[in-house]
Write a protein that binds this ligand. Structure first.
Ligand code: NDP
Ligand code: GDR
Length: 348
């Protein structure tokens, strides 16, 4: 089997590449040309030890490309002829999408169309397509928990672009009978999470503060509620979605939600710091209960023009039809992320 992963250098792309290689797939990935290295998350896939463990020669091939370049997308897909395409490439930062709305639409909305059009024009009738849809589609709360039938109300240029991606995937399934499926994934994190997303920003700061090389952490909305899972569990579900007998749409979530404040408290607890919270709104502070030092302050810079207050997913459909359930708990996730960042900080 041959898989093409767009966004292979990202958090999910790296875990998915590992997962598929272990399953015996040949893996092709699209990477962007960058003036500095952007392959840190997948470098180990070339290392001798990893290849030995797989008992084989490297079965991973990287191609330069970009979701905004139609001819590039078409010619890569024509050359590779993949059995499965996982479309993970996206400008994935919600806050950044307010600053680069047009680019976000080009890569996250039209990028999806480019891949689907390539499949249609090249008559790749047996190729399966996975679209990285998101809980950001739900946006302004309509009902909880959120299921495959909950109405969408996106709250950012990112969410709106992903809404197009979701519907164009569904439309190509219905119009051209393509195997095109959506995974509506709720937030998932890991030690490989980008450093500007809130969980990783917190765990990295916790590690640095505990080692005395950072004084404070500045955050935005502490009240936001998220359904946080581990990326490793979620990439397995992406694969299961494409192995299902027909193309369909699935919510992938843990069914548990926590505030940003809770995440931060738990992360500090991992390094033996007990936080107490004082003040309200932009004056709220996270204080070390033993020393009285202020460790967390609010910076309005990190607030979004429109916020998604609450995300809580119901993944019973995936559980029933795909036999999928997350294995890593919220507490284990926080622990793993803090441990990994402590190791990184100490090594540095
Ligand atoms: P990351 O931001 O870690 O990775 C995004 C990937 O897309 C990177 O490989 C990046 O390349 C690549 N990319 C960005 N823009 C382009 C472009 N124009 N052309 C080609 N490649 C591009 O995201 P995640 O791994 O966390 O998420 C994967 C996908 O799942 C994304 O589509 C995201 O929107 C979606 N998603 C994520 C969720 C989450 O909680 N993680 C939840 C729901 C959906 P580079 O390394 O060069 O920047
Ligand atoms: P999100 O993730 O927007 O849910 O999108 P992010 O971690 O950026 O924010 C989660 C919540 O935390 C609040 N927050 C902060 N966020 C960041 N980044 N930085 C801060 O300092 C901060 N302080 C508070 C945010 O306001 C928000 O409410 C992620 C991405 O991976 C998307 O690509 C994906 O589609 C969704 O998850 C599901």
């Amino acid at each position: 089997m041959k898989a093409l992963i767009t966004g292979i250098t990202g958090q999910d792309g790296s875990y998915l590449a590992e997962f598929l290689l272990k399953k015996g797939y040949d893996v092709h990935g699209i990477i962007r040309r960058s003036s500095s290295f952007n392959t840190g998350r997948i470098e180990h896939l070339y290392m001798d030890k990893y290849i030995e463990d797989m008992g084989n020669s490297p079965r991973i091939k990287l191609h330069y490309g970009d979701m905004t370049d139609s001819t590039n997308v078409i010619s890569l897909i024509q050359g590779i002829e993949p059995d499965e395409i996982y479309n993970l490439a996206a400008q994935s930062h919600v806050k950044v999408s307010f600053e680069t709305p047009e680019y976000t639409a080009n890569s996250d909305a039209l990028g999806v169309l480019r891949v689907l059009e390539a499949m249609r024009l090249l008559k790749l009738d047996n190729t399966k397509f996975y679209q990285a849809s998101t809980s950001e589609l739900y946006g302004l709360v309509q009902e909880t928990p959120q299921t495959e039938s909950t109405p969408f109300y996106p709250r950012s240029p990112y969410g709106v672009a992903k809404l197009y991606g979701y519907w164009i995937t569904k439309n190509y399934r219905e119009a051209y009978d393509l195997f095109a499926a959506n995974g509506i994934l709720f937030n998932h994190e890991s030690p490989r999470r980008g450093e500007s997303f809130v969980t990783r920003k917190i765990t990295l700061a916790v590690a640095r503060i505990s080692q005395g090389i950072q004084k404070k952490l500045y955050l935005g909305n502490l009240d936001a509620l998220r359904d946080w899972g581990h990326a490793k569990d979620y990439v397995e579900c992406m694969w299961k979605i494409l192995q299902y007998k027909k193309a369909d749409d699935f919510v992938v979530a843990t069914g548990e939600m926590h505030t940003v404040r809770e995440f931060a408290s738990l992360a500090f607890k991992e390094v033996g710091i007990d936080l107490i919270w004082e003040g309200t709104g932009i004056n709220e502070k996270g204080i070390n209960s033993e020393t009285g030092k202020v460790l967390i302050e609010i910076d309005p810079e990190y607030f979004r023009p429109t916020e998604v207050d609450l995300l809580l997913g119901d993944s019973s459909k995936a559980e029933k039809l795909l036999n999928w359930k997350p294995k890593i708990s919220f507490e284990q996730l926080v622990k793993k992320m803090v441990e990994s960042d402590l190791k990184i900080v100490k090594e540095k």
